[in-house]
Ligand binder design. Structure first.
Ligand code: SAH
Ligand code: SF4
Length: 400
């Protein structure tokens, strides 16, 4: 739902196919970039350099736990080895924050430079107190938990592609088409650079990660899951604090259902409509994978205790925000039999998109209809409106 930092004319570009395998788990620009490789891959690079395999583990510690961005600063490696690696063209090659926008509400929006050397940036958003979208699925801090009181619960929203090929009618990212996939390293680096900036201590601070920025994670599945593996195994994050949102890419959901529980994030489905007819109008992808096919795939995911499937629902004024729509959504969700919650998002306007924002009374009526039907529902707070960091607002700022 985020929009990349590009000028208006980019949106005129013809939609590109993703370069696919050219952007595997390793970054594309050269083979000498360490960031993005996991401990095993780093070990094999070290063995090739005539070093013992455990140097790979040391490197992984330096890159992902200590968050060191320069090869020469990795002092756990002997100086001679660092020099030899540098002479061989090796570098950490971690993407950096190119620009920061700060909101009065504490939200920060970043442009993170991709590592392909193509000057492309992606959007990442840091919400120090979350946006309430993460509540209600069994991971809220216990009120008696001292660490939760001392350290705010933040939410970090990251991107998985530059642009998006899915073409939802209400979304600004769709206007860009798909520019390219992000590599696993580029996806994971958004987390590392923001953690570094906010001195986040993994294991102490409660940060929820949402794959809800630019792009459709399940159309870049291997790199998305590669990033999850890096974040879980090398950075030390819990997949239970990560949520991936999909527009309903059924083959992706089916693959996701096969992931081991220790690596599988929570799942959010962008439902956005009460039935196939309206959904197909606002999300043409629904013709290919209608609601029932999505639900069938979601049923294959083995949920953890207390885990719920999140259904995201963007309220478009007059189109999806009526009380009868809410009642229909409640029936639909009950019919699935899935433990579920609904995240309501009031549509954020964007240039060239002809929808209207829902009235506050409509939002409230929608919400209470779902609550009365026994469905847990949360209204996502729009964060960082003054820096245009809320869903669908980013492009406007860049033009202004
Ligand atoms: N591509 C994935 C994840 C990114 S979009 C997906 O579609 O699920 C994340 C959420 O933002 C989706 O639920 C989407 O419906 C919502 N969204 C997109 N544009 C929006 C806008 N202009 N206002 C509010 N929400 C929007
Ligand atoms: Fe936007 Fe739809 Fe792509 Fe999600 S899938 S980023 S809502 S166009």
């Amino acid at each position: 739902m985020l929009t990349p930092a590009v000028s208006e004319d980019l949106s005129q570009l013809v939609r590109l196919e993703a370069p696919g395998s050219a952007y595997g788990s390793q970054d594309s620009s050269d083979g000498r970039r360490l960031f993005g490789l996991d401990a095993a891959e780093l070990a094999s690079r070290m063995i090739a350099a005539g070093e013992p395999a455990w140097r790979g583990r040391q490197l992984a510690e330096a890159l992902y736990r200590q968050r060191i961005a320069e090869l020469d600063a990795i002092t756990t490696l002997p100086k001679a080895l660092r020099q030899r690696l540098a002479a061989g063209g090796w570098q950490v090659g971690r993407p950096a924050i190119a620009q920061v926008f700060q909101s009065v509400d504490g939200t920060e929006r970043y442009l993170v430079e991709c590592s392909g050397g193509d000057g492309v940036t992606v959007e990442t958003v840091w919400m120090p107190e979350g946006d309430d979208g993460e509540t209600g699925d069994g991971v809220e801090p216990d009120a008696s938990d001292e660490s939760a009181k001392r350290h705010h619960q933040a939410t970090l929203c990251i991107s998985s592609q530059v642009g998006c090929a899915v073409n939802c009618r209400f979304c600004l990212t769709a206007k860009l088409g798909l520019q390219r996939n992000l590599s696993s390293g580029e996806i994971a680096s958004q987390v590392i650079v923001v953690f570094d900036r906010h001195a986040v201590e993994v294991g102490r601070d409660r940060v929820n990660l949402v794959f809800m920025g630019m792009g459709e994670p399940f159309l870049n599945y291997d790199n998305f899951m590669g990033a999850v593996r890096l974040l879980v195994r090398e950075v030390g994050l819990s997949p239970q604090r990560m949520t991936v949102s999909t527009s309903g890419i059924v083959p992706g959901i089916e693959r996701f259902a096969q992931e081991p529980p220790e690596l599988r994030p929570k799942l959010a489905i962008s439902l956005n409509a009460p039935n196939d007819q309206i959904r197909s109008e606002i999300m043409p992808i629904n013709h290919k994978w209608p609601i029932e096919s999505i639900v069938a795939a979601v049923r294959r995911v083995k949920l953890r205790p207390r885990e719920r499937i999140t259904f995201e629902y963007v309220l478009l004024g007059g189109i999806t925000d009526r009380t009868e729509h809410a009642a229909e959504v409640a029936r639909l969700i009950r019919r699935t039999g899935l433990p579920a919650k609904v995240n309501l998002i009031a549509w954020n306007p964007g240039p060239g998109i002809n929808y209207s924002t829902p009235q506050p009374e409509a939002i409230e009526a929608f919400r209470s209809t779902l609550i009365d039907a026994g469905i847990p529902v949360y209204l996502r707070k729009p964060r960082g409106r003054d820096i245009f960091a809320a869903c669908g607002q980013l492009k406007r700022t860049l033009e202004g």
